[in-house]
Design a protein around this ligand. Structure first.
Ligand SMILES: [Zn+2]
Ligand SMILES: [Zn+2]
Length: 179
């Protein structure tokens, strides 16, 4: 069994990366308690900063995670305005090389005081004042991850015959035809 406070993590979005990240990851890295806002005047807000060398959001691991959440007391609930940056380690679908991609997720969501005030996202502020931004951060960061990542737009990929990286040279199967 692993010590739950200390994971030995691979960058999961980049399965062939031998680089292991050993870091203490909090169990709920994006959970904040906004109880202090409940008796604050409407319009009051505070910024909460996050910074993690690595973060795991369910299945995915990102590195260099940082961001700020502005929590605002509104008449309907607590509005969280989030701005997160993270780096995903990806694998090029053409040449299979690993590369990193900076991701940016910006969103805001209302944690309503009651059902009548909920927005489309249907979020209700729990009685203990805890809000966990993890599911939202995960969703918004995943949108930023390309489905078919390319190390560069013109990546030439690998030769299907011999596996030669065609970004680095040509092989007998890929001789340039010259007229
Ligand atoms: Zn590539
Ligand atoms: Zn070849």
């Amino acid at each position: 069994m692993q010590n739950p406070a200390c994971y030995n993590l691979r960058v999961l979005l980049y399965p062939n990366d031998p680089k292991l990240i050993t870091v203490n990851l909090p169990r709920h890295p994006l959970r904040i308690n906004v109880g202090f806002l409940l008796n604050a005047p409407i319009g009051y807000s505070r910024d909460i900063h996050f910074e993690y060398p690595a973060i795991r959001l369910e299945e995915e691991t990102y590195v260099d995670f940082n961001g700020v959440v502005r929590v605002n007391r509104t008449p309907q609930g607590i509005l969280a305005v989030c701005d997160f940056h993270a780096t995903a380690a990806l694998e090029c679908v053409r040449c299979l090389k690993g590369f990193e991609r900076a991701l940016h997720a910006e969103f805001s969501e209302l944690y309503a005081f009651n059902v009548r005030s909920t927005t489309e996202s249907d979020l209700i502020l729990r009685e203990d004042g805890n809000i966990d931004l993890e599911p939202l951060a995960r969703e918004y960061l995943l949108i930023e991850v390309p489905i078919s990542p390319l190390c560069r737009p013109d990546c030439k990929g690998l030769c299907i015959e011999c596996g030669e990286d065609l970004n680095l040279g040509t092989c007998e199967h890929n001789v340039r035809v010259t007229y």
